[in-house]
Unconditional design. Structure first.
Lengths: 115, 111
């Protein structure tokens, strides 16, 4: 089975711009989660989607948003970029029911640099 | 809320040494517990898991036992290799649909 894929792998943006990151889950996985990884804050949960619905959201400002499509693929968007948004953004997929939803498989991440 | 506390790193070992990384958790119920590994420039890989008390997860020579009485899930490997150099994360899932991660422990194995 193919793993979780994320595009693009690297992005450089300037402050004030917006960015969209894409994630394709493992075939058969219908839950998609997003995490932000930074050296200072570690791994922080952004949001989780199942069946095109956001079931859980982390403590991030409204500039961070996401969506899921009917084929389970997901995108996240960050508007009005700030320098502090520079991070590795990780997408993970899993089966949607508990406890399997916590057995998450991660993609390689998108490295976002904001200048 | 749910939380995970991992031992501080970095940890530097010689090849064939014994590795232990401590992990303790706080949760209101009976969480699922995981160890993930991250190699430089990559995403997280699921290393092993345990979903109930006394379960032992194992993979690639690594082991961890879910100890409810001590709320712990320590990672061990009997003989490390240079290729085990990576960052290791302990994580738990309980209650909602997210994983809660520890801060990560950087392990460097010298030849």
């Amino acid at each position: 089975k193919a793993g979780v894929t994320q595009t693009p792998r690297y992005l450089i943006k300037t402050r004030g711009q917006q960015v969209t990151l894409s994630c394709s889950p493992i075939s058969g996985h219908r839950s998609v989660s997003w995490y932000q990884q930074t050296p200072g804050q570690g791994l922080q949960f952004l949001f989780e989607y199942f069946s095109e619905t956001q079931r859980n959201k982390g403590n991030f400002p409204g500039r961070f948003s996401g969506r899921q499509f009917s084929n389970s693929r997901s995108e996240m968007n960050v508007s009005t970029l700030e320098l502090g948004d520079s991070a590795l953004y990780l997408c993970a997929s899993s089966l949607p029911e508990t406890p399997q939803v916590w057995e998450q498989y991660f993609g390689p991440g998108t490295r976002l640099t904001v200048t | 809320g749910n939380s995970v506390t991992q031992m501080e790193g970095p940890v530097t070992l010689s090849e064939e040494a014994f590795l232990t990384i401590n992990c303790t958790y706080t949760a209101t119920g009976y969480p699922s517990l995981f160890w993930y590994v991250q190699y430089p420039g990559e995403g997280l890989q699921l290393l092993l898991k345990a979903t109930k008390a006394d379960d032992k997860g194992s993979n690639k020579g690594f082991e961890a036992t879910y100890r409810k009485e001590t709320t712990s899930f320590h990672l061990e490997k009997g003989s490390v290799q240079v290729s085990d150099s990576a960052v290791y994360f302990c994580a738990l899932g309980w209650g909602d649909y997210k994983l809660s991660f520890g801060a990560g422990t950087t392990v460097t194995v010298r030849a």
